[in-house]
Design a protein around this ligand. Sequence first.
Ligand code: ADP
Length: 318
Amino acid sequence: MRPTGKLHLGHLVGALENWVALQHEFNNYHLIADYHALTTNLDTSAIYQNTIDMLIDWLASGLDPVGSPMFRQSQIKEHAELHLIFSMLITAARLERNPAVKEQVRDLNIESVSYGHLGYPVLQAADILLYKGELVPVGEDQVPHVEITREIARRFNNQYKSVFPEPEPKLTKFARLPGLDGMDKKMSKSGGNTILLSDSPGEIQKKMRTAVTDPLKIRKNDPGRPEICLVYTYHQKFNPGEAEQVATDCRSGALGCVECKKRVAVRIADTLAPFREKRAHYESHLEEVKDILTDGEERARTVARQTMAEVHEVMKLG
Ligand code: ADP
């Protein structure tokens, strides 16, 4: 994940929940992609604070730093090194076809994409393969990048020797959570349409009031269409026990949007209550957070160095 500050519900349901679920079954590696943050923002003045904020969100979500290291990309030089080698194994034309970068360039009105931004899936391939990642738990938008990683791994293994696995993406049930501004918009920091994991119950209620609902349901008793309503998607995720009844009452006109939004906001706030408590603990124990990072970086570096030694060996470099 890029350190863009406090995390939102999209991060939680699209990726973080899987990280937590998989951490005891696999050796997880949790990467703070600070070089990747430069692709869309060259101003690094807030990057340290954003890193700490994100790390606290990870810890508050239940990730165990003892089991799985948490580390910054910039502190392990092997990421940059493997990126350089990988960048020879893929054509510029292939990267230009990547739908995820195209979408980003369009959404952020980028006039002319930088060399590093175009190549960020190659850096991502290095991030994954340095640790010989087999499963990549990400949101739907990242699937094309995992495909590029597979292609690079195949190319390297064929050209030299079989060093890397061909990783698979691992999606959650809600791999593309919509933002508050419409079903067709992904919840995203740059979209300004988020609910943060750290928002208070009051803030969640306030934000939920702005959520876009079925435009044909104007008055409370008008029949609605839950299947096109993002608030209903939130009910499915955060209020599964009542979601079916919510859909029935929306369709019949028995349930108005104001009440519907209030109910789901309460559920979201309840789900996040233990999270807020843990967050408060880490906010007042920042030394603990920094130690977790130092320890994670040492452990990740050891693995990354081993992989690079193997790469150099099979390439007859050095
Ligand atoms: P952002 O889009 O807010 O800048 P990132 O690109 O850093 O977030 O994404 C970090 C991870 O969270 C990725 O695996 C991404 O797929 C996932 N993710 C981000 N937003 C969503 C969303 N709205 N729904 C599902 N997954 C998401």
